[in-house]
Design a protein around this ligand. Sequence first.
Ligand code: G1P
Length: 289
Amino acid sequence: MKPLRKAVLPVAGLGTRVLPATKSIPKEMLPVVDRPAVQYVVDEAREAGIEHIVFVTGRAKSAIEDYFDRAFELETILQGKGKRDVLEMLANSLPEPGSMSFVRQQAPLGLGHAIWCARDIIGDEPFAVLLPDVLIQSAPGCLAQMVTAYNEKGGNIIAVDEIPRKDVCKYGVIDPKSQNGRLIEMRGMVEKPSIEAAPSNLKITGRYILQPEVMRLLADQKSGAGGEIQLTDAMARLMKDQPFYGYQYEGADYDCGDRLGYLRAVTHFALNHKTLGPAARAMFEKALS
Ligand code: G1P
């Protein structure tokens, strides 16, 4: 079994559900308390032992590439002012030089197509996918929990979570066969089913550990739900040849691609913030009283 070293972060989406906030900045750069949303996801990947991150970007997304780079002018000014703690915080938020790649998805053809755009850099290794719209609050992080399961089981593992039945049409949904602790054996999965057709109320949450063979299937994957090339459809095909597990992670997820989900993320990350948490709690209580 090859070790899991690489992760793909698809960041090409337009963020139309949170306009106008995302008109001139990428949705991944929206601040959640004191850092951009994408920083949480990169930290989750690094905590799980990921050594190389492939960002699949698009036009108007260069702010993400600039964010994950040194800022010499800013650093020089901070040095001059003796702001060592701020400089250290900036340095800690930055992955090592050479541990990030950026490829462009030239047309918005779907999540499956975005992942396929990373195929050359992924090569013949297993890889993780983290959808940066989805922030997951947990300790250890969701991907680290999945890596523990992966080191035992191998195969392909996708994070799943229960949702109200009325919401199944917004997500990929798995068809569970049997459950052993947090691991679920599956019969299949389907992207954005109708309530009647949904095989369960277990949604795919936006964290995946996949074998590289999925890239071959994505190369000829036909468009599916919403007229897009869907990762779920390629995974459903790969299931015929390889083991697949759902993993019911411990933690709470917030969809920052949605206005209310974003607000929930800001609220919960503020309440749980190491230094700002108590003040945020007092502030919310006062606002509600
Ligand atoms: C994508 C995936 C879907 C998954 C969801 C999680 O959908 O295609 O399977 O459940 O992310 O947020 P999207 O939100 O891009 O429509």
